[in-house]
Write a protein that binds this ligand. Structure first.
Ligand code: PAF
Length: 282
């Protein structure tokens, strides 16, 4: 497995694969890989001949006061895991490679409506940062398909709409969330949790499950259910950011008539912000 840091090297290698008629799968990541990321690599390898994993902590998607500086950078460990998972190529560019003129002068991609609300409301500019860097990665790698985790449900919806609206020739594949034994969704940010916080963290998944159960049993008073869920998170020792019951396609508040419903949750545990979601069909 090779690791390249420059766009020039990346393009030279990928040209060779394309000339051999090989298909290319891309797994965009910010590194500090865990089993969730590795499942994305394996999924890409099921459908593509060559798998490129990008590792880039994208400053454009972090807001002021967020964890950009402390976000874990663990390239050597990431490389080991990727090698074992059958990844072909790692693209790990520096910030100057991606934003040579700086962030302020960078053209941005804006994906309306699905970027609004939920994480988009709590983290202004976040999805513009994600859509911009993912567009650039698509242009740099020119993959046949790209795999993203369903844990970032709104991000996946933003990327799907962007690809549709801008007619990008990339198949977007979603991969299921990988969880710890107690239900906590795997996330690089779990590493920030203290031992005491780690014990509380499964409350997010538990609350999603209990609320989904209530919806499956016929409750349609969604705003009341959202309040109950936020109360549960608070009682568990978390500070809920949002708990929203939405139409799975539009991410707008669910109505009684919706059959595909997603529960979206974000909560702070100390200074760590955890997100998770659960989709149900009624
Ligand atoms: O999900 C992530 O890790 C990031 O948002 C992504 C898609 C790699 C873009 O920086």
């Amino acid at each position: 497995m090779r690791t390249v840091h420059s766009l020039r090297e990346l393009r030279t290698i990928l040209r060779g694969y394309r000339q051999q008629g090989k298909t290319i799968g891309l797994v965009p990541t910010m590194g500090n890989l865990h089993e969730g990321h590795i499942s994305l690599v394996r999924k890409a390898a099921e459908s593509a001949d060559v798998v490129v994993t990008s590792i880039f902590v994208n400053p454009m998607q972090f807001g002021a006061g967020e964890d950009l500086d402390k976000y874990p950078r663990t390239l050597a460990e990431d490389q080991e895991q990727l090698e074992a998972a059958g990844n072909t190529l790692v693209f790990a560019p520096g910030v100057e490679e991606i934003y040579p003129e700086g962030l302020a002068k960078q053209t941005q991609v804006v994906v309306p409506e699905v970027s609004d609300g939920h994480c988009g409301a709590s983290r202004p500019g976040h999805f513009e940062g994600v859509a911009t860097v993912v567009t650039m990665l698509f242009n740099m790698v020119q993959p046949d398909l790209a795999v993203f985790g369903e844990k970032d449900f709104q991000q996946l919806a933003v990327i799907r709409k962007m690809v549709r609206d801008l007619m990008m020739p990339v198949e977007v594949v979603g991969a299921p969330t990988v969880r710890e034994d107690d239900g906590l969704a795997k996330s690089s940010r779990n590493g920030y949790l203290s031992a005491a916080e780690r014990k509380i963290a499964p409350a997010v998944h538990r609350t999603l499950q209990e609320t989904a159960q209530a919806v499956a049993e016929g409750r349609t008073d969604f705003p009341a259910l959202e309040i109950e869920a936020r109360d549960k998170l608070s009682k568990a020792g978390m500070r809920p950011d949002y708990f929203n019951i939405v139409n799975s396609q539009t991410l707008k508040p669910a109505t009684e008539d919706d059959t595909e419903i997603t529960l979206l949750a974000a909560a702070f545990l100390g200074t760590t912000r955890l997100i998770d979601n659960l989709s149900i069909t009624r």
